[in-house]
Design a protein around this ligand. Structure first.
Ligand code: PGA
Length: 262
């Protein structure tokens, strides 16, 4: 289901799951169940843990299947004394085409702030010779949803994530709207709820970068998306794909969601 010129993106967020052997098996199952020509109509990526990036990349490379690989996080400095961190040149050398930034779990459990998210987005967009497209996650908690102020909240997150970024480079970025109350809960947003916020995000992007750029940028929905609800969510005019957690760990479910995006 294509919207104007925007090619949908289905990205799997494996979170902290799969040891190296398990990751290779899952990637191989995904590869086996996918038809190469689907990738003309839909972009597909998986984001495994750092330790699985290279082996997963190699599975798709060996099969000559254009499934992209993405990291789940990155640090903004290129190298140096930052024990435990991973840099953009490191994930770039592995062949990453995407990097999730500012996932709500990183904000919630690891103290990531809007400022950290902005630095990561800036650093990723600065290098366009080995492009890694940021998947910038935003989304409100249940209490913000219930307060009714969720549009204002998400608008502020988007503005903070893209502060100081030029329209020219911003077009490579992807935004993922992931309401926290829908993540891993089985309580997905309705297509109307998801569309309302994704459309508001596009308005914010339009105000920041101009309508042309906003119309080019992909906005994904994430939060309990599965093979049963993907079709209706992906059918919304401002939803250009999905960021899939739980359902991306089962090859058949993930591939069904990819099919729903065709
Ligand atoms: P979920 O996770 O699909 O398991 O709800 C989505 C995400 O957190 O990216």
């Amino acid at each position: 289901m294509e919207h104007m010129a925007r090619k949908p993106l289905i990205a799997g967020n494996w979170k902290m799951n799969e040891t190296i052997g398990e990751a290779v098996v899952l990637a191989q199952e995904i590869s086996n169940e996918m038809e190469p020509d689907w990738l003309d109509a839909v972009a597909v990526a998986v984001c495994p843990p750092f330790t699985d990036l290279k082996p997963v990349y190699t599975v798709f490379e060996f099969d000559k299947l254009r499934v992209g690989v993405g990291a789940q996080n990155v640090y903004w400095e290129p190298s140096g004394a930052y024990t435990g961190e991973i840099s953009i040149p490191m994930i770039s050398a592995i062949g990453c085409a995407y990097c999730i930034v500012g996932h709500s779990e990183r904000r919630q459990y690891f103290g990531e702030t809007n400022e950290d998210v902005n630095r990561k987005v800036q650093a990723l967009l600065a290098d366009r010779t080995h492009p890694i497209d940021p998947i910038v996650c935003v989304g409100e908690s249940l209490s913000v949803r219930e307060s009714g102020d969720y549009i204002t909240f998400v608008d502020a997150q988007v503005r903070a994530a893209f502060a100081g970024i030029d329209a020219d480079v911003a077009r490579a970025a992807i935004v993922a709207y992931e309401p926290i109350w829908a993540i891993g809960t089985g309580r997905t947003a309705t297509p109307e709820q998801a569309q309302e916020v994704c459309s508001a995000i596009r308005e914010t992007l339009g105000a920041l970068f101009g309508q042309d750029v906003a119309d080019e940028m992909r906005i994904l929905y994430g939060g309990s998306m599965n093979e049963g609800n993907a079709d209706l969510l992906l059918g919304q005019p401002d939803i250009d794909g999905g960021l899939i957690g739980g359902a991306s760990l089962k090859a058949s479910s993930f591939v069904q969601i990819v099919k729903a995006a065709l």
